[in-house]
Design a protein around this ligand. Structure first.
Ligand code: GLU
Length: 419
């Protein structure tokens, strides 16, 4: 039992144990690699529009400080607790190491339903959260970014709050900012386009042309919608889509352009169609070529995994697949090609890294340069994972994690006990 105990942390712990066994990491070294270096819990009092006071719990977990600053998003959601944030921070560490970024993993969050707040209340909470975090973050200590429930506007408020306390503009304190406030071209699209790029690489290996294949996407936020947009440009037919408000399915294909426009206008999928409504619990197990969970953790458990009918499972969300499901998928490895989360959604943090580098240098790149560098990094990570799968005879997730864990471990072992 630790303060992190809970289903999401347990998942990160179990995944790590599998890798630690595979890499034969001595028992006494394991806790040092797994448990976060720091965890901060803050109370964020704000004034609501009706004049009343409300207090929200905020968290930030910095997993390891061995390779440079820590890096990771900030989640505003009702599910947020210290265990979930810690698990997400640990996954960020393996993700950054796999992509070759000079960061440890971090994650933060506030337990709140951001949709229940007015724009002014959301601004108050965003600013207050950053204010509470000022002693613990910094451009060379811990660099925040968006995650579920936060966006470019929230990042601009974070950056502004930090900057006002420093008495100068410090754009490099957060990434995922609007381009107008020191953000980079391509960050908004990066995670979705990165996931689509990797799906493309997998289809090449499977000797399948994207045009005419079918896709189902769970989650239609920043990640899901940009994945859909890129796949649609390749002629992939979207047959199913869902978010927390609605689920649609049509084996003849959905009108992606109309869906994207609807979501842009209303912020959600609800209200798009009555005829196409479908049972959200059944969406993931419908027959398709490409299945993209792009929402929350633990949506594919062992029973869902046994019923999946996709050829490619592209994990754009963090932690969508439980360790029991991994065992099932391992048995089905010839049928289903898994692109594990720490590879599939790495595009976001890779372009966050580019944003940080550009802010530090005050030298900005155009979108084409950002994208070509992103695809280079993702391709390198993909090839490393594929080579590791063949060499060790392990699953794609275990190969990706083995590379990440090994990098962090060797940095720790060469530096010594402090970081
Ligand atoms: N929240 C995103 C993730 O889970 C992005 C993190 C970042 O850009 O630092 O990877």
């Amino acid at each position: 039992m630790t303060i992190y105990s809970g289903p999401v942390f347990e998942m990160a712990r179990q995944q790590f144990q599998v890798i630690a066994d595979h890499l034969e990491i001595p028992r006494d070294e394991r806790d040092r690699l797994l448990y976060p270096k720091r965890a901060v819990v803050v109370s964020c009092p704000i004034h609501l529009d009706d004049g009343k006071l409300a207090v929200f719990q905020g968290y930030r977990v910095q997993h390891h400080l061995t390779l440079g600053p820590t890096k990771g998003g900030t989640r505003f959601a009702l599910s947020v607790d210290i265990g979930e944030v810690a698990a997400l921070a640990i996954w960020m560490s393996w993700k950054c190491a796999l992509a070759g970024l000079p960061y440890g993993g971090a994650k933060g969050g506030v337990t709140v339903d951001p949709r229940a707040l007015s724009p002014r209340e959301l601004e108050n909470l965003s600013r207050r959260y950053m204010q509470e975090m000022i002693p613990f973050v910094g451009p060379h200590t811990d660099v925040m970014a968006p995650d579920m429930g936060t966006n470019e506007q929230v990042m601009a408020w974070f950056m502004d709050t930090y900057s006002m306390y420093q008495g100068r503009t410090v754009t490099e304190i957060v990434t995922g900012k609007p381009v107008a406030s020191g953000g980079t071209e391509g960050r908004r699209e990066a995670t979705g386009r990165g996931a689509a790029f990797l799906i493309g690489r997998v289809l090449e290996r499977l000797k399948t042309q994207p045009a005419g294949t079918t896709a189902i996407v769970q989650g239609f936020g920043n990640v899901g919608s940009h994945t859909v947009e890129t796949l649609a440009n390749w002629g992939v037919k979207l047959i199913g889509v869902s978010d927390h408000t609605a689920c649609y399915f049509d084996p003849r294909g959905l009108d992606t352009e109309a869906l994207l426009k609807h979501a842009q206008k209303h912020g959600v999928l609800a209200g798009f169609s009555n005829q196409l409504s479908f049972d959200a619990r059944e969406l993931l197990v419908q027959k398709c070529d490409i299945l993209v969970p792009a929402a929350v953790e633990r949506v594919i458990d062992a029973s869902v995994a046994a019923r999946l009918q996709c050829r490619v499972l592209a994990e754009a969300a963090n932690g969508p697949t439980t360790p029991d499901a991994d065992e099932v998928l391992d048995r089905r490895r010839d049928e289903i090609f898994v692109i594990p989360d720490i590879l599939c959604n790495a595009g976001g943090v890779v372009v966050s890294y580019f944003e940080w580098v550009q802010d530090l240098q005050q030298f900005f790149w155009d979108e084409a340069e950002v994208m070509s560098k992103l695809y280079h990094v993702l391709d390198r990570a993909f090839m490393q994972v594929m080579r590791r799968v063949e060499h060790d005879g392990i699953s794609h997730r275990n190969a990706a994690m083995a590379i990440g864990v090994e990098k962090v471990r060797s940095a720790k072992n060469t530096r010594g006990l402090f970081p």
